[in-house]
Design a protein around this ligand. Structure first.
Ligand code: IPE
Ligand code: IPE
Ligand code: MG
Length: 251
């Protein structure tokens, strides 16, 4: 490595306020491997993963991160065995009924992105209730991506745009990037600055495809249930050392 290696850069950059990512997305991966390493059922890995999510939400609020998007269940995760899908939906239901008061106390506004209808009417109601109860939160905007897939989200937006254009309610010439973005689940939200994936895997797995166009990626070799404030701080530190150019020439 040359003199510009990340480690050689001054540590002050890590704590500079302007370098705190405004929006962090996390692909929370490794629950199954965490459980397997302990000889535990996968469901207990997911339970420990939910606790890690709680710690991380708290840490994000304390770090001054304004937006946090947690990938909790992908469109493709429906392909898992029925008992695992059931364990995950039970956990989600438990979380939605028991964590809302804590979120309100912490000033967290919860929103769900993804095809929430696929979870059925009970969970759908619980999601709506949680969103309404936390509506007043201004400290941290928390998105939980559930039955979420970036391609499905883009296709849904394209279909709706096509429908409106065919009905004469939308001028095709007016469809630009900003307009397209307003048809996505993340309409009105800033794009993620930093995307973190745990467990050592280095892929997006269909997470925020449109929105991550200029995100920085940090891959951390820790299984999600072990994640906490120090890991988030390390990822933000790495982010602060990156030079974002958006296609322009280096300064
Ligand atoms: C992430 O952990 C949680 C979900 C995808 C729901 P995994 O269940 O993918 O854990 P690994 O990747 O098998 O270890
Ligand atoms: C991505 O993890 C989805 C979530 C973390 C919710 P997966 O474990 O499902 O992804 P792949 O199958 O390894 O790509
Ligand atoms: Mg996985």
């Amino acid at each position: 490595m040359d003199g510009m290696s990340a480690a050689a850069k001054p540590a002050t950059a890590v704590v500079a306020g302007s370098k705190v990512p405004r929006h962090v997305g996390i692909i929370m991966d490794g629950n199954g491997r965490w459980a397997a390493a302990r000889g535990l059922p996968r469901a207990l890995g997911h339970k420990a993963g939910a606790e890690a999510a709680r710690r991380t939400i708290e840490a994000a609020g304390e770090a001054g991160i304004g937006w946090l998007t947690l990938f909790a269940f992908s469109s493709e995760n429906w392909r898992r065995p029925a008992d695992e899908v059931q364990d995950l939906t039970l956990l989600l239901r438990h979380y939605l009924s028991h964590e809302v008061s804590r979120l309100v106390k912490e000033g967290v506004r919860l929103r769900v992105i993804g095809e929430r209808e696929r979870f059925g009417p009970d969970l759908l109601r619980a999601i709506l209730r949680a969103e309404e109860a936390t509506e007043g939160g201004t400290r941290l905007n928390l998105n939980v991506a559930l039955s979420y897939g970036g391609r499905a989200e883009i296709v849904t937006a394209a279909r709706e745009i096509a429908r409106r254009a065919a009905a004469g309610r939308l001028d095709p010439e007016s469809v630009d990037e900003e307009c397209f973005g307003s048809f996505l689940g993340t309409a009105g939200m800033p794009d993620p600055d930093l995307i973190i994936r745990t467990s050592g895997e280095q892929r997006l797995s269909n997470f925020l495809l449109w929105q991550s166009a200029y995100a920085e990626f940090v891959f951390q070799d820790v299984l999600w249930p072990d994640y906490g404030a120090s890991h988030l701080a390390a990822a933000c530190g790495e982010y602060a050392r990156r030079d974002r150019r958006y296609g322009a020439r280096a300064a």
